[in-house]
Design a binder for this molecule. Structure first.
Ligand code: ZN
Length: 138
C-alpha cells in the first residue's frame, strides 16, 4: 500500500476567507501516485475548516452571513473563551463547518459528485496555518 502525507500552508489577508483548494489537492494526488484509495484533508488548526461544497461566490457570501448570525465575531466580550483571545467566534464557526473531508480516489482522480469542490474555510486568518493531506491506497 502507498502512503502519502503533505502539509499545505495557508495565509489569508482577511480574518475570514473561503478558498477553493481543489487544484492543490489534485496536485497532491498526482504526486502520491495513488490510483485507488482514500484521500483525507483536514485543517490542522481549531479555527479553520476544510469542507466540500459548490464553487459559487453567492453561496460563499451566504455561508459567511449565516455563520455571522450563528456566531458573530463582535462583541468579543460575548464569549467566555475571549479572556486572552478574540477568536471565540472562529472556534464555533469551525465546529459548524467541520474539520475534514474524505474523498474516494478512483482511477487516479477525486471521485466527486457533480459540482463538489474542496474548500479551506478560514475564520481567524492573517497568519500562517496548515492543512494536512493524507492519501492511502494502491
Ligand atoms: Zn481561541
Amino acid at each position: 500500500m502507498k502512503s502519502y502525507r503533505k502539509e499545505l500552508w495557508m495565509d489569508t489577508d482577511s480574518r475570514r476567507a473561503y478558498l477553493n483548494i481543489t487544484p492543490q489537492i489534485n496536485e497532491c494526488l498526482k504526486e502520491s501516485g495513488v490510483k485507488e484509495g482514500l484521500l483525507l484533508c483536514n485543517a490542522m488548526h481549531i479555527t479553520a475548516s476544510v469542507f466540500i461544497n459548490d464553487d459559487e461566490s453567492g453561496l460563499h457570501a451566504d455561508f459567511d452571513r449565516w455563520l455571522e448570525k450563528l456566531a458573530p465575531e463582535k462583541p468579543y466580550s460575548q464569549y467566555q473563551h475571549n479572556g486572552f483571545e478574540d477568536n471565540g467566534d472562529a472556534h464555533l464557526k469551525r465546529s459548524i463547518m467541520g474539520r475534514e473531508v474524505v474523498v474516494a480516489v478512483t482511477n487516479g482522480k477525486l471521485d466527486f459528485g457533480p459540482w463538489e469542490q474542496i474548500f479551506y474555510g478560514e475564520f481567524d486568518g492573517k497568519r500562517a496555518k496548515r492543512i494536512l493531506v493524507k492519501i492511502i491506497g494502491e
